[in-house]
Structures are given as structure tokens and as C-alpha cells.
Ligand binder design. Structure first.
Ligand code: FRU
Length: 729
């Protein structure tokens, strides 16, 4: 094993000469450590740096047989900071080789950063429009956000304000190995002044994604004004001079920040004559599982402006329909029955006393179980009160019940002996037939239940709060019977750990491949991995497909991923009947840490059906399944392993899904040492979650609740590690 020197902060200097040396040392160091890649929680199917912090994927571009992936990297520590562009390449879309750092943070004599390299993109300038290379050796050009923490005057005389985020470029003439920063950076100093003056937003202007448009014969770039929830579109003919064209947003999910946009065109159902544009906007917080998330818009782009299709635009106003309750009245007029700590305690003008941040509700009042502790004279509210709040009975007249929900993420779980739920349930004959929980956020959002199966039946809504711990409360508003589900955004992924997703430029055969950072800003800095923090998902292939009348963005693991299948652990073509807890797999000694499950679930009469994975027989368990009550596919990581680093981690994440006409659901579940990715049906519903189980938790089984169900065509493969190939010794 070769000896490589560890870099300390002191070694990092700003000059370009030391930059190259540092890169070389780093490259050597990284390769040496890579031979291990065996630490606890070390992903075996997905890229992570040998050492230190990583966030967003950047500069994704294919060139000369190599898929380049740059990434937000801290060369000096295992927390966010000193942002630089790390670099890895793959030839086969599954194995990665780490290369020297491409763009290294610049620092002053006091070791304070003067320029950080934030997220951006890269292209191959095949016609040498920039003049940085030659036609025979075209340059690779990257555009990134220069984040300047301090006010400085650059060598080129440009004056930079403290906290400024501006767009800069760099180019490489050696396949991305070394980079030369353009002398007259930044190329876009400030957000546009005209037609609307956005210049004062110079601290929140970032994440340029550029690409070549053959159709419009120019370079196009989209960046964000993060706090304004705006995507800004630019054009250029030489990658140096950029002109602002148009803006988009806010629309759909527009809480938190808008970050890392992307824009590309795809055929619908493979028909080249029917193409649509897809605008990706990552958002943090405000994602579907709380914290960071990724949403998309389907629409048209005419070379200047992106316009979202009507069907891809959602608003937050109550849907048309029959109102069950909006909580605007008094306790008497509302006439719901409260038990436990809640009689006379559950109505609030948004926040209860001592609470902060409840927002996005309609009208003035909501149901809110964060409430004053009865009998105490404390002015503060609390999560400790428990009890139920139940509506009068009503007849189900329409196919959907839509409502706004917020608060704690603690799902209804009849199997639990002592309930700790914060849930909103639909009762028929006192039995829970639909159930939803919050996502640990006070920002309320719409949820819908498909209740077509109960048309004409009498029902009640029941709010249950049995949770006294963190996020031990639930919020509810505007319950409406309607003809359609209320949608507020198209989510690319419903799990907690898929963010800053971005696609490759220049991929052969017009394929659209992308990758996301597998973490969430709510806890990314605290996940229990060392000496690295941060993983990129395996590459996924994107398509547009018309499903149930709606154009959906679908994702599947890139085809090459199948090569990792090492050994078929289990295969059963015919239906396996499941009643309650099934032990078929454990009876067959099926155990694995890194594996794939393909199966068709037939929920039949069960309330809940799925797989228990990464179990240890002592309570450690991750569940992946279909909740027939909620009509959702989910990953339940409440007992998945270490969650001590975050109060919001141990939760269940749900994605609404429509069963096939035959009442079945196809699932592909990919399990890594510290993550689970679930692809449902054609890939229109995806969930990605990190988990931190013990390495010895390798058990798995199937289960059903509330009735019998079956699992068909079950295949389980053990998967090879991507770190065993020769190129990654
Ligand atoms: C998204 C993000 C980007 C920014 C980068 C900084 O995760 O906040 O907006 O460019 O990370 O590391």
C-alpha cells in the first residue's frame, strides 16, 4: 500500500500551482483508502467519498466513454464547509473511480474561505464555441456558483460583496482531470435587474444547470433565486456571455428554498413526435417526507420560456366538493367529541399558545392537538396531551376525502400494543379503514384518501394523539369530500433521502440519467458515518409515461445495475399466501445485507402487506409495504437501527399509489448497507431512505395485517459490491 500524505487545512492555498499539487496528493490518498470501503454503514452499491463530507452531485456529463460525476465536497472535514468540487468517473454506470479534486476552495492567509465552489453543471463544448479548446480537442466547460463569504476585489478588478453568489466558469482540456478557471469570472455577477430588479437577491442566486439545445442552436441555463422560489432562464452562444430570458415560479411546492434546478426534454411513452419538457426543482424544507425533497413540472419550453401544463399546476385552495369540517366555528357548532386531554382544547388560530410556525392552512382556525396542559397554569403549550377527537358520522358521497394535515409523523399501527400515534383516521363501524400521519412539519399540506370502496357507507373522522414525545401533536383542516385527489406537487421521490437530483448532459442515444444526493438537510450533518458523510444514489433512468391519464416522470435503476446480481437467494413464481407474520424466508435461512427484492403484492383483503428487512430478531426492523388503508407504498424506518442523531429520523414515509387494474402492485426494493430504495409499478412512485441498522441485522420475512394477502413472482438476489472490481481495488 502506498503512503500518502494527509491534507490539513494549512496545505490549502489559493494559487493555481499548489492547486494542482494538492489535487495529485488528494487523488493518491483517496485511492488508497478506497481499497477498504468496508466500514460500518459504508454503501456498497452507491458512491461515497473515501473520506469527508459530500452533498449535491455536480457537473454531470458524459464524455469519451466516461460518466463524470463531480460533487459538493469538503476536502478538510466530515461536515459541510470549504465547498469544493470532488470528482469521480464511471465507465459502466455502476462502478466509480475517484479522481483528484477538480475545484478546490480558495482561502486567505487566515485560512478563511474567499471562494467556495457551489453546485453547478458541465458540458462538452463540441464545436468549441467558447474558444477554450480546439475542434479536435473540445473543452469541457463547467459552470458553478462562486460563493464568496467575504467582500473582496478579484484579480480582474471585479468587486465582490460579502455573501455574494455569482455564476462562474472553468474549463478542462484533459477530460476533466484538471481545470482552469476563466480569468474574467464571475460570468454572471448578479441576478437580473430587468424587467424586474432582482439584484438585491445576490446572496441567493445559485446552482446553474446548462445544456446545449440543438433545436434552438444555443446554450441554455437555468439557475434559482432560492428564497424567491424563482427559476431564471439564460441563453448564450459562447458559454461566456449570458443573457437573461425569462423566469418561472413560484408554483406548486414553494415553501423553504428552491435549489438545484434542471431542465430537459423527453418523449412521452417513447414517441419521439410527442415530447414534453421537464423542469426539476429541488426544495428544502417542504419535501414530502419533511425537509429536503425533489419536485418536477411537466410543460413546454420554446427556447425562451418554460410554461407548466395546466395538469401540472396545482394550487393550495380547497377543492370543490362537500365540506365535512373546516374548524371555523365554535366547539358547540363543530360538535366533535373529544376525549382525554382535548375537550375544549383543540381549536386554534393556527398556532396554539407556545407554538410557532403553523402555516399554510385555509381560513382562520384549525384542529391542533399541541395544546395547553390541562390543570397546569403554564402559559406554554405542550406535546404531552393525549386523547381522541371524533366527528359526527356522515355518509361517504364522493370518491375522495381531501384534507390538510400537519404535525408529527407517527403512523397508526394496530400491531403496536401501546399506541404512540398522531393520526387522522377514517372509521367505518368503528374500524380504521384509512389513516394518515404528519411529516414532522408545522407547514400544513393536502392529503387525499381514495374512498371509492365505501360509497354510501356511514363514516367518522377520528383524530388520535397518543404521543407525548417530540412532534407529539397533529394538525387538521378543511376536510372535504371531492371527486378528485388533491395534489400539490409532482414529487420525484417520496422518501426522505433524495435531494439535489440532477441529470447527465450528453448521454448517448438521448437517454436521460440522473442521480441524487441520498440525504436530507434536516439531519445530514449528524448521520453516524465516519470517516465520510454523504452518498450519491445509484444512477436512475428517467422516462415520461402516461399513467392513469397523467404524464408522470418514471425512474428505474439504470439497466447496467442488473449486473450486480450475484446470487439468486430465493425465487417463487406462484402466489405465496400470507396471513399475519410469515416465516417462509427466515425458515429458508434467507439472509442478506445488500440485496434486491422483486415482487408483486396482491393485498386482497389485508390492511397492510409487505416485507420486513434488515431484522435482527431483537426489534430491529425496516418495513417496506403497501398500506391498503392509506393507499400508499411506504418505508417504515421507525425501528430500523440507529436514529439517535435526529428526532425526526425514526419515521415512516408514504407515497400514494394506484393499484393496477388487477388490484396488484409491483415492487422493486434495493437494499444497501445503509439505505432502502423502492420503485413501485413503472417507477412513477419512488422512495429513497437511509437506514442505519447493525451489520448483523440481515434477516427478512413477509407479513400481512388485518387479513390475508399474497405475494407473487418473488425473487431475491444478493448483490455484488461495486467496490470489488479491479479498477477500485
Ligand atoms: C443544495 C445546496 C445548493 C448549494 C450547495 C452548497 O443542497 O444548498 O443550493 O449550491 O448545496 O453546498
Amino acid at each position: 500500500m502506498s503512503y500518502c500524505r494527509l491534507l490539513t487545512k494549512k496545505h490549502i492555498k489559493t494559487s493555481l500551482i499548489t492547486f494542482a499539487v494538492i489535487s495529485a496528493i488528494n487523488g493518491c490518498y483517496v485511492k488508497t483508502v478506497q481499497s477498504h470501503y468496508q466500514e460500518n454503514y459504508r454503501p456498497q452499491l452507491q458512491f461515497s467519498p473515501a473520506k469527508y463530507w459530500m452533498n449535491d452531485p455536480n457537473g454531470l456529463v458524459f464524455y469519451n466513454g466516461e460518466y463524470h460525476m463531480f460533487y459538493q465536497y469538503n476536502p478538510n472535514g466530515n461536515s459541510w464547509g470549504d465547498m469544493s468540487w470532488g470528482h469521480a468517473v464511471s465507465h459502466d454506470k455502476i462502478h466509480w473511480e475517484t479522481l483528484p479534486i477538480a475545484l478546490t476552495v480558495k482561502k486567505d492567509e487566515e485560512d478563511e474561505a474567499t471562494e467556495m465552489f457551489f453546485s453547478g453543471s458541465a458540458v462538452v463544448d463540441a464545436r468549441n464555441t467558447s474558444g477554450f479548446g480546439t475542434k479536435d480537442n473540445p473543452p469541457m466547460v463547467a459552470m458553478y456558483t462562486s460563493n464568496y463569504p467575504q467582500a473582496i476585489t478579484l484579480y480582474n478588478g471585479k468587486k465582490i460583496l460579502a455573501g455574494m453568489q455569482a455564476q462562474s466558469i472553468a474549463y478542462s482540456l484533459d477530460k476533466g482531470r484538471t481545470w482552469i478557471q476563466y480569468a474574467n469570472n464571475p460570468v454572471i455577477e448578479k441576478p437580473p435587474a430587468f424587467p424586474i430588479n432582482y439584484e438585491s437577491e445576490y446572496k441567493n442566486f445559485r446552482d446553474p444547470k446548462m445544456f446545449w439545445s440543438g433545436k434552438y442552436n444555443k446554450w441554455i441555463m437555468v439557475a434559482v433565486l432560492a428564497k424567491q422560489h424563482k427559476a431564471l432562464f439564460y441563453e448564450s452562444h459562447d458559454l461566456v456571455n449570458w443573457h437573461f430570458m425569462s423566469e418561472f415560479g413560484p408554483m406548486n411546492a414553494a415553501n423553504g428554498l428552491w435549489e438545484c434546478p434542471d431542465l430537459f426534454e423527453l418523449p412521452i411513452d417513447g414517441h419521439l413526435a410527442h415530447k414534453k419538457w421537464v423542469l426539476i426543482i429541488n426544495i428544502n424544507p417542504g419535501g414530502p417526507a419533511g425537509g429536503s425533497g425533489s419536485q418536477y413540472f411537466i410543460g413546454d419550453f420554446d427556447g425562451t420560456r418554460f410554461v407548466a401544463d395546466k395538469e401540472s399546476q396545482y394550487d393550495n385552495t380547497p377543492p370543490f366538493g362537500n365540506l365535512i369540517e373546516n374548524f371555523e366555528g365554535s366547539y358547540d357548532s363543530i360538535a366533535w367529541t373529544a376525549t382525554g386531554d382535548f375537550p375544549g382544547q383543540y381549536l386554534a388560530y393556527g398556532n396554539q399558545t407556545g407554538q410557532q410556525g403553523v402555516k399554510n392552512y385555509q381560513g382562520n382556525k384549525i384542529l391542533n392537538t399541541y395544546t395547553a396542559v390541562p390543570g397546569s397554569d403554564s402559559a406554554n403549550g405542550s406535546d404531552t396531551p393525549t386523547g381522541t377527537i371524533t366527528s359526527p358520522s356522515f355518509t361517504i358521497q364522493k370518491k375522495y376525502i381531501d384534507f390538510m394535515i400537519g404535525g408529527g409523523n407517527h403512523a397508526h399501527n394496530p400491531a403496536q400494543s401501546v399506541s404512540t400515534e398522531t393520526s387522522i383516521n377514517l372509521l367505518i363501524h368503528n374500524k380504521v379503514v384509512r389513516s394518515s400521519t404528519g411529516t414532522n412539519t408545522e407547514t400544513m399540506s393536502w392529503r387525499s384518501w381514495n374512498v371509492a370502496a365505501f360509497l354510501g357507507k356511514r363514516a367518522q373522522i377520528q383524530v388520535i394523539d397518543q404521543n407525548t414525545g417530540s412532534w407529539g401533536h397533529i394538525l387538521l383542516d378543511h376536510i372535504i369530500q371531492s371527486d378528485a385527489p388533491k395534489i400539490t406537487a409532482n414529487w420525484s421521490d417520496f422518501g426522505s433521502d433524495f435531494y439535489a437530483a440532477s441529470s447527465w448532459n450528453n448521454v448517448p442515444n438521448d437517454k436521460r440519467l440522473w442521480v441524487g444526493w441520498m440525504s436530507n438537510w434536516s439531519y445530514a450533518g449528524n448521520i453516524p458515518t465516519s470517516p465520510w458523510r454523504g452518498t450519491q444514489t445509484f444512477i436512475r433512468e428517467l422516462e415520461l409515461q402516461k399513467i392513469n391519464g397523467r404524464i408522470r416522470l418514471t425512474q428505474v435503476p439504470v439497466h447496467a445495475f442488473n449486473q450486480l446480481r450475484r446470487q439468486m437467494l430465493f425465487h417463487h413464481q406462484r402466489a405465496i399466501m400470507i396471513n399475519s407474520d410469515d416465516t417462509l424466508l427466515s425458515n429458508h435461512q434467507i439472509k442478506a445485507k445488500v440485496f434486491e427484492i422483486q415482487a408483486t403484492l396482491n393485498p386482497a383483503g389485508a390492511d397492510n402487506i409487505g416485507f420486513k428487512i434488515r431484522t435482527n430478531g431483537q426489534g430491529q426492523i425496516t418495513r417496506v409495504g403497501y398500506d391498503a388503508l392509506a393507499g400508499t407504498v411506504y418505508i417504515d424506518r421507525t425501528h430500523s437501527g440507529d436514529s439517535s442523531f435526529s428526532t425526526t429520523f425514526a419515521t415512516r414515509h408514504n407515497a400514494p399509489v394506484t393499484l393496477e387494474k388487477d388490484g396488484k402492485l409491483n415492487l422493486r426494493i434495493i437494499v444497501d448497507t445503509s439505505s432502502v430504495s423502492v420503485f413501485a409499478d413503472k417507477g412513477e412512485v419512488v422512495l429513497t431512505d437511509q437506514i442505519f441498522p447493525d451489520p448483523s441485522s440481515t434477516g427478512m420475512d413477509m407479513f400481512s395485517e388485518g387479513g390475508s394477502a399474497s405475494i407473487e413472482g418473488l425473487t431475491i438476489w444478493k448483490l455484488n459490491s461495486i467496490w470489488t472490481k479491479k479498477s477500485n481495488p
